[in-house]
Design a protein around this ligand. Sequence first.
Ligand code: AMP
Length: 280
Amino acid sequence: MIVYNTKKELARHLDKLREQGKTIGLVPTMGALHEGHLSLVKRSALENEATVVTIFVNPTQFNDPSDLEQYPRTPEKDLKLLKSYHVDVVFMPSVEEMYPEPDSQTFDLQGLDLVLEGAHRKGHFNGVVQIVSKLFDAVEPHRAYFGQKDFQQLVIIRHMVQMMGMNLEIVACPIIREKDGLAMSSRNVHLGVREREIAPFIYQTLTLAAGLKPGLSPDNLKTRVREAFSNQSQFQLDYFEIVEDKALRSVKDWDEGVNKVGCIAVVLGGVRLIDNMFFD
Ligand code: AMP
């Protein structure tokens, strides 16, 4: 496993792999790695001859400077973890390396970036697209691996690849959860003991909602979920929406011939947590 900090060194290495006809899988991360990230790494290592993991806390996707500052960073631990997997290259660039000049490029994401997370984190997905497109340019992978945990991000990246006519496959990987159902997230380390204890309520409520689906309309189900959270004073519900899995449009009727996803965001003890579940 080789660690590079510059695009130039990375390109030299990857050119050699490509000359040898090797397929390249890319796993973009912001580090503070956990089993969720590692599931993407394992999948890439299974499906490609070489795997590149990137670790970069991308400033342009943070709309809150204190959130960026407090984002967990554990580079040494991350590298140690990755050594036990079939990773060829870890790319850990500096902010200057990825943004030699401020990037003001904006992308038309056809409104996909304005709902759900986008409605609460202005400019977030534009920043995500900025960095992911830069990483795709730097690595030119055959496949790139993303978690369904960040469902909206996945939809937007698929849209970006199509819009820009990029030649790579986007592979969606299932959500990895703690034993009690909490979706793994780098942010979970910020939860206090009490908050960590009650955090599985998010997954429990999603599961309950999926079970109630046959008897309730989407709107009534959303009301039930909102009521459930209003009885839990520690949680502040940012949103719970049931959306169609491609256009992210709110579903009005279960009979619509589309896949439906329940998407949720809550703030618990100052930590923002997101989760989702397919409702089909
Ligand atoms: P992040 O470091 O949070 O930007 O995440 C990097 C990648 O790991 C993204 O594609 C995430 O969707 C994915 N990921 C994060 N948490 C999980 C999880 N619990 N299960 C599956 N994938 C995840």
